[in-house]
Design a protein. Sequence first.
Length: 367
Amino acid sequence: MHLGLEMEVRSSVNSNRIAITWLLLSVATCSAAETNPPTNPPTNPKPRIAFAGLHGGVFEHLKSYAVPVGVDVVFLDDEKFGNESVDLSQFDLLLLQHTRSEYRSNYKALIEAGRAGNPKLRVFSISGLAEKDLPELTKSGVIETDPTIASYYGNTPENLRRLLIYLGVTYLGQPGSVVAPEPMVASGLYHPDHAGMFDQVADWKAWCQESRRETKNRPIVCITVHSTHLMFQQPRVVDSLIREFENQDALAVAIIDYGDDYEDQMLELHPDVVVHTCHSRDSVAFRNQLGVPHTHSIFFRQQSIDDWQISIEGLASSEMAFQIVGQELVGAIEPQIGAGTIHGGGSGEAFVPVPDRIEHLVARSLA
C-alpha cells in the first residue's frame, strides 16, 4: 500500500512538472512573439525625382506638393556637382533646368555613373540648356527632352503640382490621369500694391490716379522681369526696387519682358529709365527706338550674401559673362548688385534684396 501510494504521488508530481514546463514555454513563446512581431512585406518606396539648376524659389513649391502626389523630391545644388558628391543611381528621374558650363565633365561623370548603378534612371532637360553643355549625352539619348515638361515649368505654383502628377503618371507608373497645364501669365505690368497684373498700360495709369499717386513731374521707371522671376525667383527684389524708387520720388512699375506685347507696352509707357533684373533679349534697334538708359540689378548665387560682402573675389566668372559682358553689348550701363541668396552654393532659394545695394542702384538709375 505504501509503495503504490508513493508511486502515485511521484506520477502526480511529474505530471505537474510537465504542465508547468509547457506553461513556461507557452509564455516565453508569446513574449517572443510580442517582442518580435512578424514583419510585414516591405511596401514599394516612393519614386524619387531629383531636380538641378532650378530657378530660385521653385523647389520650395515642388517640395510642398510631393507628399500629396506620392513622390519624393530632392534638390541638387551646384556644389554637389562641383565636388561630385552625389550618387544619382538612387533616383528614378533627374530633371535639369540650368547647367553650369564649368561643371561639364562633372555632370557627364555623375550621370554615367548613376546610369551604370541604375539603368532605369532617366534624365530630362527642361530648358534645352543641358544639350549645349552635354552634347555627347544628348546625342546618345541619355539626356532626353519632353516639351510637355517645359510647358508645366516655372510659370505658376499650380503647374508645378501638375508637373509632378505628369511625371508620376507618364514615367513612374503611378495611377491617375495627367492634368493639362493651366495658362501662364505671359505679359502685363505689376505693382505690389495692386492685386493681380495690369493687362494694359492704360490700366496702370488709371490705377495710379485712383490711388492718388502723383504722376506729374515724376520720372517713370520700368523694371523688367521674366515671368518665372516675378513668380518665384525675384518677387522680393522687384518689390524692393519699386518701393525704393517710390521712396526716392519716382513712379515705378514692373513689366514682364518676354511677353508678346512687351515692346509695344514699353513704347507706350515711355519710361525715363529701365532697370533689368536679369539678362535681356532686347534688340539694339528697339533700345535705340526707346531712347532711354538701361541699368541692371545683378544677382549672384555661388556665394552667400555674407560671403560676398566680406570677399574681394567679386562675382563668379559665369555670372560676369551672363549678366555684365553679354548685356553691355546691347547698351547696358551701371551694372549694380541687387540681390543674392542666404546660403549660396547654387541653392534653390529665392533671391533676397541687399538693401544698401538696392538704394545705391536706384540712386544711380535716377542720377
